[in-house]
Design a protein around this ligand. Sequence first.
Ligand code: SF4
Ligand code: SF4
Ligand code: SF4
Length: 300
Amino acid sequence: MQIFRKYKIPLITLLIFTLIGLILWFFRDIKYFILFISIGLLDSSTRIIIEKYPKLRQISRRLLQLFLAGLLFGWLGLYIGVNFQFPEIFFDFSAGIITGALIQLLVSRIVLPFFLGNAFCSRACWNGAFFELINSKTSCKKKPKKRSNFIAWGYLIFLIIFSFSVAFFWNPAGNLELRRYWIIGENLFIISCGLILTSIWGSRAYCRMLCPFLTISSIIAPYSIFKITPVKADDCISCNLCNLACPMLIDVMTYVHNKERVNNRTCILCERCVSACPENVLRIADKIPNLNNSRVIIKR
Ligand code: SF4
Ligand code: SF4
Ligand code: SF4
């Protein structure tokens, strides 16, 4: 029981990926099972390493992110031609195909957010991996702009109309060469957009302000079982380091002072705030522990 409590997140993650893999095997193909069980094993192994060696938290997560981003974008995207971009959902839908983008939407934006919020963004997104590499070099000098639901939802609606219009006149869904060009073109657009917006609006501006995938999973993220949790809020020394570390510009310290879990729609569970905290106040958990009755030693 103790071991289950300690490794609850990796075990639950592995179980979820196994179930998703089995369902997709049943409805589609065994290759989906192999893909999802592999991702589940990698993700849960990383979480076990982090549990045992907390100092390796960020390096382990970044290695996982680079590997999964390379697998999804490099191998599945560019080599095999599976397109995971948002407009592809509508291209495939118009062509009557159920493939990469739609499955990605269901798994990473509708199923997983009930357990781990927007964690896909900090562990598997190839654009996110790039933004993480360049973020500190593109920070804006002005006060960062806060997320606007009007802009985020407006962009999502624009993308849906745009994608259906493209699909109507020139649908690349059934043509491997066209798909590849689309994948390269759209990712170059996202990266350029991200670089420009980050220098104007601040950290991870494309992710915070525009990304349609985050807009969708942000509806479910507040109901996520696991969230960033102040497990020792009374130890907080108000140093503000968690806020400075957060790429999504979330006011983590206020959540800690209010003894609340970080119930923010845009939290990507990157755990940078956890790593930055000198007092080990934060961690990913399913509830705030009752420290009076708890004998569990919390490690950072
Ligand atoms: S917000 Fe969008 S671009 Fe940013 S990491 Fe998440 S899925 Fe990727
Ligand atoms: S609150 Fe923490 S886990 Fe969430 S995005 Fe900010 S730094 Fe990452
Ligand atoms: S980094 Fe830790 S101690 Fe500092 S303000 Fe945040 S929660 Fe409090």
